[in-house]
Design a protein around this ligand. Structure first.
Ligand code: IMP
Length: 190
């Protein structure tokens, strides 16, 4: 039986080892960035953006050698389409105030940047001490909102990717790598 993880309509873009290596590097960079703040007794809150960041967040926080609180925000900007609707809806908010705390927002991918622009503006009104953004992926050619990713895994071309938390119509989030969904082969091409 063909494994769900080995379907020929998926091409591997970043395999599990490449993702793990990059996440470790990001964890080290984030640890170094917050070391002096933590030493001063300041608090770090890591905020995962649901649903797409859940796999990245789980690996990233284990690569951060510092005490941190973990929160989630739910946003929806896509529905089942592969293009941004531009309309961002908060479906789940933080459970604690973030005033005077360092905030690290964790996202799966910055595409048009509209979702992150909205969230960064929203969170900035709540008086955090600092706000930084970590994203596994960015499509720089499409980031029209000009959102700056402070801790970036990989830049990718403008292609639709799935896996490691990212979905297509709700599926593929549990692939252990980042892949591309290939167009179906036409008859006679093997
Ligand atoms: P943005 O607001 O256009 O930056 O879109 C961000 C959100 O769109 C991400 O959190 C993803 O949920 C979704 N998204 C954008 N590009 C892709 C993709 O290539 N694969 C899967 N989801 C994507």
């Amino acid at each position: 039986m063909t494994s769900f993880f080995q379907q020929d309509k998926l091409a591997v873009l970043f395999d599990a080892a490449a993702v793990a290596a990059r996440v470790s590097e990001l964890g080290r960079a984030i640890t170094a960035h917050y070391a002096s703040a933590i030493a001063r007794g300041e608090e770090l809150v890591v905020v995962g953006v649901l649903k797409g960041s859940f796999v990245f967040l789980a690996d990233l926080v284990r690569a951060i050698d510092a005490p941190c609180h973990i929160e989630f925000m739910g946003v929806s900007s896509y529905g089942d389409a592969t293009e941004s609707s531009g309309v961002v809806q908060v479906t789940q908010d933080l459970t604690r105030p973030i005033k005077n705390k360092h905030l690290l927002l964790v996202e799966d991918i910055v595409d048009t940047g509209l979702t992150m622009k909205y969230l960064l503006d929203n969170l900035a009104t709540r008086g955090p001490r600092s706000v930084k953004l970590a994203s596994l992926l960015e499509k720089p050619s499409k980031n029209a909102a000009g959102v700056e990713v402070d801790f970036l895994g990989f830049s990718i071309p403008d292609q639709f990717v799935v896996g490691y938390g990212l979905d297509a119509a709700g599926l593929y989030r549990n692939l252990p790598y980042v892949g591309l969904v290939m167009p179906p082969k036409s008859e006679g091409q093997g």
